[in-house]
Design a protein around this ligand. Sequence first.
Ligand SMILES: [Zn+2]
Length: 140
Amino acid sequence: MDYCPFCELASGNVGLDLIAFQTPNVFVIPALKQRPLNRGHMLVLPTTHVVRMINLESSLVQELYAVAGRVSMAGRKVFGATGSTLFLNDEAPDQQLYHLHIHVVPRRSGDEFRIPDPMIEELSHEERRRQAILMRGALG
Ligand SMILES: [Zn+2]
């Protein structure tokens, strides 16, 4: 398998400060690239390297989406969202990282969110770390 940054995060060897929430099977991190109008965009991932949705155990699908639901609610609390858009790329072409993950994008009226978005930009580690701290507090 090629190097996978998400597996490296799941291993706990690096980037612990970016982990916003964790169970034995699932973890949550702030997305590297976020729109200015949708700050607080989180990724919900299995700790194991799974590429295809079909290869996820149904109990893990359930756990991933249960955590995504909690992340969506926490985004209302800490990022002032009024709702969220959730999406998952199942081996979609031209992705940079194929380790499955659910995007949870905080939404506000008039934010003009669309996929893919030319406004998306890379965040500093510090800004992502601040978001992780906020989410950690909200997700307990
Ligand atoms: Zn991986």
